[in-house]
Each structure stands twice: as C-alpha cells, then as structure tokens.
Design a protein around this ligand. Structure first.
Ligand SMILES: *Cc1c(COP(=O)(O)O)cnc(C)c1O
Length: 385
C-alpha cells in the first residue's frame, strides 16, 4: 500500500491503462484531422471518432447520430442550457433546476436569470432527493428547460430521473440531465429515462480529462439547441473546433470497459463503501451520513463529524486524498451549497468528508483510511474537550 491513498474519485479518476493504450496510436501515428476529407490520415481519424461515438451511444442507449463531442461536462452543460434556451427563440420563460446541482449547471442558469428568465431552483429534502411532484408543480406553459442531475458529485445521491423525465415529457420543455457522475457507474438509458439532453465527462469514468459529450435527442422527440461555439461546423454544426481525437478514442474505450465491468465493479465498491461506513460508525459516535444511503452511487460516502473543526480534520488526514464539505473557490472557505441544501448546519458542513472509492482501491486501503479518520477525529475531540 502506498500513501497517500486516493479516495477522491468524484473529483476525477486516473486513466485506465487499457484506455491509455487505446489512445496512444492517435498522438504520433494516426494524428490526422478528423475533418480532413482528402486523405487517409483524416479518414483514419474519422473512423476512430466514429467508433468512439458508437461505444458511447451503446453505453447510454442512444444512437450515434445523437452524440456531440465536447471538452467535458462543464461545456456540455453550458451548451445544453444556453443552447436550448437560445434555440427556443424566447426572450423570457421559465427554467427549472435544483439546489444541489453542480456549479456548471447552476451558474449558466443564474446567468439566464440575469437575462430576464424566470429561473426556479427547487429544494431537496434532508436526504438530498428532489420530489418529482415539485417538478410537476413548477412546470408552466412557458417552461423551456428542466435541468436535474443524475448523481450528485458531493453526496452521490441519485435523483428520480426516470420519474422526472416522464413528467417533463408531457410538456414542451426539454429535459437536461448532468450525468457526469452516473455514466459508467450505473445504468443510464436516455430512452427509459426520457432524457432530451445529457452531459458526461470522460475523466469521471477512467477516461482522459478534456473529453466529454452532450447527448442531443434526435429520435422520437428532437431537442433543438443552438451552437455556442461557431466555426468549421464540426459535430453537425453544434460544436465547432477540431476534434480531440486521442481524447475521444479514450472516452470510447472507457465506455466499453465500463459497459463490461460496471455491474461487478459497482458491487465491489458498494461493499468497500459499506465497510468504510461500518468501521467509522463502530469507532466513533456523533457521525451523520449526508444524503440517502440507498439511493446513492455505489462508490460514494459523505460523512459529517460533530465536534471537530473541518480544517484541522483535513490537516490531520494528509495521508488520505479526500474532499471536505467546504468549497475553497474564494479566500474564506464557503460551506458546500449541497450540504446546506440538505439542511446540514454550516459548522457541520465544514466538518464533512467525501470519500469517493474507485477501481484501484483495496480493502486494505479502506481499513487504513477508516482507522486513520477515527484516530484523528478522536484526537481532535479530546483536544477540544
Ligand atoms: C465533474 C463534474 C462536472 C464538470 O465536468 P468537467 O468535465 O470537469 O468539466 C459537472 N457536473 C458534475 C456533476 C461533475 O461531477
């Protein structure tokens, strides 16, 4: 076992070596521009992109013609949200989202609010779940878009996407889902879930950083979106810019591995996660799991530790790569907006840890982490008593 132990797979994952191997030929040998139509360098790059499109489509139940490659989920979210609103041709109207969304959804929505749209941010319950009835109640005739995430990046909670999708499908509004944490971890099916637009990112499922995609429904209901990047007309005009061929090949290879392995891997990670939770709860009291335990990603655990200072807790855990319940985007750390939305008090939010288990983690590492956390929390509590 080597230290520090990486337990932050909701932030990013390492590239799987099989993914790297698939990518390598596309740097120096098959380096063509996928848009070059006049020679084999271009054709081979185009073929590789086309294969990756098929691999991704298969993983999420889409058709290859519905995939738009982007640089990641932030770009996909912006393209979906701004693009859908722009394509609607409306200068006002309602956009519905949820309080626990990633900033890459909330901030584009807040920009729309400044432009005059009626942006409704729905609350969640203390388990982090959005009640589909709230979506039904918020929908109006002039609702352009509903954006709800599949799985939360801090607390791993799975929203009732299929139920919300069925409700939105009854209206003219489009349904966008940020599935950056769900794709490759649990079964995602855009048809079953009645999703019109879906964002994903390769680096969250053992692919490379800087490669992602937006699913844009074309069969059945056609989702109209306006491009947010103009230029050479790549990706059916929806996202101009020379394609990141090695990254896209890696995304496709990562999809294939997840399709094959995610079920067994999910079971293993859920066992490890439960082991971590049980060990922590056996060693300490005053703990609280944040978010629903049964409607949750298999690899996520978020825990609050009463009676300790968040900063001291993280400092004591330098052997573990974990995330805290503070967002350090500014100088003074802000408590996580996700934990606050669940009603977790500010102090407790700071004293929270997110454990994100992954493909490489072992039982030995989980046991070490649990012992370490228990020891540090016990010491800090003793010091402050
Ligand atoms: C990581 C993440 C993003 C951002 O994805 P990038 O590809 O890093 O831009 C957006 N939403 C969620 C839920 C995420 O977990």
């Amino acid at each position: 076992m080597t230290l520090p132990i990486y337990l932050d797979h909701q932030a990013t994952t390492p590239v799987d070596v099989r993914v790297l191997e698939a990518m390598l030929p596309y740097f120096c040998e098959v380096f063509g521009n996928a848009a070059s139509r006049n020679h084999s360098f271009g054709w081979r790059a185009r073929e590789a992109v086309s294969r990756a499109r098929d691999q991704l489509a298969e993983l999420i139940g889409a058709s290859s013609c519905e995939i738009v490659f982007t640089s990641g989920a932030t770009e996909s979210n912006n393209l979906a949200i701004r693009g859908a609103v722009e394509a609607s041709g409306r200068a006002s109207g309602r956009v519905i989202t949820c309080a626990t969304e990633h900033k890459a959804v909330l901030d584009p929505c807040l920009r729309l609010r400044r432009l005059g749209f009626d942006v409704v941010v729905l609350p969640v319950d203390s388990d982090g779940l959005l009640d589909p009835q709230r979506v039904a109640d918020a929908l109006t005739d002039d609702t352009v878009l509903v954006s709800v995430m599949y799985a939360n990046n801090e607390i791993g909670v799975l929203q009732p996407i299929a139920q919300i999708g069925a409700i939105v499908r009854e209206t003219r509004a489009l349904f966008h889902v940020d599935a950056a944490q769900a794709v490759g971890k649990i079964g995602v099916d855009v048809e079953r879930d009645a999703i019109d637009l879906l964002s994903l990112s390769a680096h969250k499922f053992y692919g490379p950083k800087g490669a992602g995609a937006l699913y844009v429904s074309r069969r059945g209901r056609r989702a109209e979106i306006a491009a947010q990047m103009d230029g050479g007309g790549h990706e059916r005009g929806l996202r101009s810019g020379t394609l990141n061929v090695p990254g896209i090949v890696g995304l496709g290879a990562a999809c294939d591995i997840c399709r094959e392995e995610m079920e067994v891997e999910g079971q293993r990670l859920a066992r490890l996660r439960d082991r971590l939770k049980d060990k922590l709860f056996a060693a300490l009291d005053g703990l609280q799991v944040n978010g629903s335990l049964d409607r949750r990603l298999p690899n996520n655990l978020s825990v609050s530790f009463a009676g300790v200072d968040g900063e001291s807790l993280l400092m004591g855990l330098d052997e573990l790569a974990v995330s805290s319940g503070s967002a350090c985007t500014s100088e003074s750390p802000e408590p996580s907006h996700v934990l606050r939305a669940l009603g977790v008090p500010e102090k407790l939010a700071h004293a929270s840890l997110r454990f994100g288990l992954g493909r490489q983690n072992t039982e030995e590492e989980v046991d070490y982490a649990a012992d370490k956390v228990a020891a540090v929390v016990t010491r800090l509590r003793r010091l402050s008593a």
